[in-house]
Write a protein that binds this ligand. Structure first.
Ligand SMILES: [Zn+2]
Length: 436
């Protein structure tokens, strides 16, 4: 009996113990789950914070990279606007952005008015294959040797010009109107030590006589929509290239070195019209020309979007401009024809780049006809490096950077632009013998 009672008591005690143990176990497990959840949550929290931080840092880096590109191309206000906008959105961790803003504001306030010489250099379409240009088959080699520049020379000039402090500047930005509606030179502000440079390219028409002489055939839009060159190799293969003339070479150079261009400025293209423009024969009023006319317009629009300007280089490029014997009637029909047949495709322009670099007196009726036709920037050829300001037009001299100048005015080129010996193409014929 006693034994039985004991057993029952024991049983009860054991059940109680078991209950306590089970209860404790449940509490421990629950606690474990609770702690585990807390740990998981805090780990997730930390990971989320780290992810947000990394994302912000990545965004900031991207933003600074974008702002830095704008800053290098002298788009100070645009770079500041971009950064300031971001500071409003992301107020934390913005030390790097603040430093970038301070740097750009400092650069903007350090700009100085440029007071030095006026630098305008020009080229013709570049020689891609000297072996074809200088072979004296087709067009005589001597003319090419004197008045043309090779692709290899042009590519070597650009870094040298950049090193000397040159920065491309838009020709149309040299002038403005005063309160009396008279023309005046616009102040140019650049970082200290920088020199504004205008580049122009004459006769980007790809004339018939140049075929088979190692030049590009025409400008085209490539599969990425970029203005490129169509070239026929010495082996007879037709290719689309990025270095067949000044335009794609300069576009690519500025993309890589935005500090070589003031706010996206490139060069000015001087077009005649008697064999069309940019390699397209578009001036005979034939229905078959329609497609090419639209193509010239597309290419010109793309170029203008990328900082290029167009200029009238006369319609005929006739010899009577060189001799000064051009009559009033000839001047009138020349200008009118350019405006009728070329302007519709490349757009209105106020720049006239004279063929053969001729210049006329400001009061000469033939000169007045040019000015009154809407051209108030007149560019001749000369190395005065000064602009003449008339009441309704300016005359800006240009220096040809070609075989003639590199050979006969070597010291001047060395002094102003680059060391000739480092640049000049060794495949040129002996120019000294012919020119001196
Ligand atoms: Zn010309």
């Amino acid at each position: 009996m006693t034994c039985e009672v004991k057993t029952k008591e024991d049983k009860d005690r054991n059940i109680k113990k078991l209950c306590i143990i089970l209860g404790s176990l449940v509490i421990v497990i629950a606690l474990g789950f609770f702690i585990a959840e807390q740990v998981i949550n805090s780990v997730a929290d930390a990971r989320e914070k780290a992810e947000i931080k990394a994302r912000n840092e990545k965004l900031q880096t991207e933003l600074i990279t974008k702002a830095e590109k704008l800053y290098k191309g002298y788009y100070y206000d645009e770079a500041l606007a971009l950064l300031n906008e971001n500071i409003k959105l992301e107020s934390k961790d913005d030390d790097r952005i603040k430093a970038e803003i301070a740097k750009i504001e400092n650069a903007k306030s350090s700009l100085v008015k440029y007071e030095g010489s006026v630098e305008h250099v020009f080229f013709h379409s570049l020689i891609i294959y000297p072996e074809l240009a200088f072979d004296d088959k087709g067009h005589p080699a001597e003319g090419y040797n004197m008045w043309m520049t090779t692709v290899s020379e042009f590519k070597k000039m650009l870094p040298e010009l950049l090193k000397r402090g040159y920065v491309l500047y838009k020709l149309s930005d040299y002038i403005e109107m005063d309160s009396q509606n008279k023309i005046k030179l616009k102040d140019i502000y650049l970082p200290p030590g920088k020199i504004p440079l205008v580049i122009s390219v004459d006769d980007v028409n790809y004339y018939e006589y140049m075929k088979l002489d190692g030049f590009a055939e025409k400008l085209v839009l490539d599969d990425k929509g970029r203005v490129s060159t169509q070239v026929v190799t010495p082996g007879g293969e037709t290719k689309i290239t990025r270095d067949g003339d000044v335009i794609p070479i300069l576009d690519d150079y500025v993309a890589k070195h935005p500090e070589f261009s003031w706010r996206g400025a490139k060069g000015t293209i001087a077009l005649t019209g008697y064999e069309g423009a940019l390699g397209y024969r578009i001036t005979d009023n034939l229905p078959s020309e329609k497609e090419d006319q639209q193509m010239v317009k597309k290419i010109a629009d793309k170029m203008k979007e990328n900082g290029w300007l167009f200029a009238c280089h006369s319609y005929t490029h006739n010899g009577y401009f060189r001799t000064g014997k051009v009559t009033m009637a000839q001047m009138r029909s020349d200008i009118d024809e350019w405006k009728q047949k070329i302007e519709p495709w490349v757009g209105k322009t106020n720049i006239y780049i004279s063929p053969f670099g001729y210049c006329l007196n400001n009061n000469d009726p033939r000169y007045r006809y040019i000015i009154e036709s809407g051209f108030n920037i007149f560019c001749n050829v000369g190395n005065e490096r000064k602009i003449i300001v008339n009441s309704d037009n300016i005359i800006m001299p240009r220096v040809n950077l070609d075989g003639f100048t590199m050979t006969n005015r070597k010291e001047e080129v060395n002094q102003h632009y680059f060391n000739v010996d480092d640049v000049i193409d060794t495949s040129r014929p002996l120019i000294n013998d012919k020119l001196n």
